[in-house]
Design a binder for this molecule. Structure first.
Ligand SMILES: C[S@@+](CC[C@H](N)C(=O)[O-])C[C@H]1O[C@@H](n2cnc3c(N)ncnc32)[C@H](O)[C@@H]1O
Length: 249
């Protein structure tokens, strides 16, 4: 006679296993969880790290780090004035260097990343080494491990044209300090354009106190759950008749 099995059935065991896996996950607000899932979906669609052998995506515990999605960066570049040969690209809060690597697809004269976390700065260095082909123009890059405010007040580039890239790096007080340090450069004739990912009202307030700065393009994704990764605004001290192709799609 066949022995009777009194244990859970395979389907119950599977269901229990699934339940345990879910129960062990760290708890987050449902809104954050959904946002995080969308961010991950966006990342895997990007396939940036898989394509380039880099590691620009994973967050580091205790650090406010997130990489700009590739398609956000590309949309921004479609709305940026050209030509870029004399333009310096500056990412304040450059993290693991994703935006810098994407900027290298464009003919910027110099590409500068400023990151205050030594860990993130070190990862950016490794990413750059993996990303650039041996024939790549490594001489265009500067990776600096320092505070953004110090960099802006002591080492801001002299170029006629600068594109400052900001992906929510710091609170509005520091942004105000950065803008105050930049204004004399703009008054001296430098064209400063600012691409700001995930714009917010603090940013609007700080920028509205800089009379020379005006908004040239804005983008809001149709899916508002992606706004934190895909929305952006572009401001410039240059004339709006400079060659801007118009608002991004
Ligand atoms: C949201 S991440 C953006 C990373 C990168 N710009 C990108 O788009 O892929 C913001 C970065 O700003 C850096 N950060 C924050 N405050 C900073 C400061 N005062 N000076 C320099 N970097 C800073 C953080 O460590 C973090 O790496």
């Amino acid at each position: 006679m066949a022995k009777k099995n009194h244990g859970p059935t395979p389907s119950l065991r599977r269901r229990l296993g699934r339940w345990l896996r879910v129960a062990r996950r760290p708890w987050t607000w449902p809104g954050n969880r959904r946002r995080e899932q969308r961010r991950r979906a966006l990342e895997s669609k990007d396939g940036f790290d898989a394509t380039h052998g880099t590691e620009t995506t994973a967050p580091l515990p205790g650090l406010n780090y997130g990489a700009t999605p590739v398609r956000t960066f590309r949309r921004i570049m479609e709305a940026i004035p050209t030509p870029l040969d004399d333009c310096a690209f500056v990412d304040l809060g450059s993290g693991k260097g994703r935006a810098l690597l994407l900027a290298s697809e464009h003919p910027f004269r110099t590409i500068i990343g400023v990151e205050h976390s030594p860990e993130l700065h070190a990862v950016a260095g490794r990413n750059l080494a993996k990303f650039l082909p041996p024939t790549g123009r490594a001489d265009r890059f500067q990776l600096r491990c320092e505070d953004a405010a110090d960099f802006v007040s002591t080492s801001w580039p002299e170029a006629d044209d600068v594109l400052l890239f900001l992906y929510c790096p710091f609170p509005s007080e520091l942004l105000r300090q950065v803008c105050a340090a930049l204004q004399p450069h703009a008054e001296a004739g430098q064209r400063i354009s600012i691409a700001f990912v995930n714009p917010n009202r603090h940013m609007e307030r700080v920028f509205s106190d800089w009379p020379q700065l005006h908004c040239l393009a804005r983008f809001e994704p149709p899916d508002q759950a992606l706004a934190a990764y895909e929305s952006f605004a572009i401001y410039s001290t240059g004339s709006s008749t400079d060659s801007f192709p118009g608002p991004a799609r």
